[in-house]
Design a protein around this ligand. Structure first.
Ligand SMILES: [Zn+2]
Length: 88
């Protein structure tokens, strides 16, 4: 078993879809990583013990609430990064 931040999986799972609705947003690795980092900094971590290799799947009501919170923070992060991109 491995302890991981479940929120990171939730964000990895949702981010590509949310980014698709922002066609004008820069999606270079730097910007996408910044968006992910900002999002995770603003979300309370949720640590779970999980068998190695297991990835996030939408399994229960609880994860729907996490997704709603995660999407809210992803949108905030996109706004910040779009205003102040750090790529060169
Ligand atoms: Zn960029």
């Amino acid at each position: 078993m491995k302890v991981k931040n479940y929120m990171e999986d939730v964000v990895d799972y949702l981010l590509p879809d949310v980014l698709k609705s922002y066609p004008d947003l820069c999606k270079c690795q730097h910007c996408v990583s910044d968006i992910k980092a900002l999002t995770l900094n603003n979300l309370p971590p949720k640590y779970v013990a999980t068998p190695i290799g297991e990835v996030y799947t939408r399994v229960n009501e609880l994860s729907l609430q996490f997704e709603a919170d995660a999407i809210k923070e992803i949108l905030q992060a996109i706004k910040k990064v779009a205003q102040h991109p750090r790529h060169t």
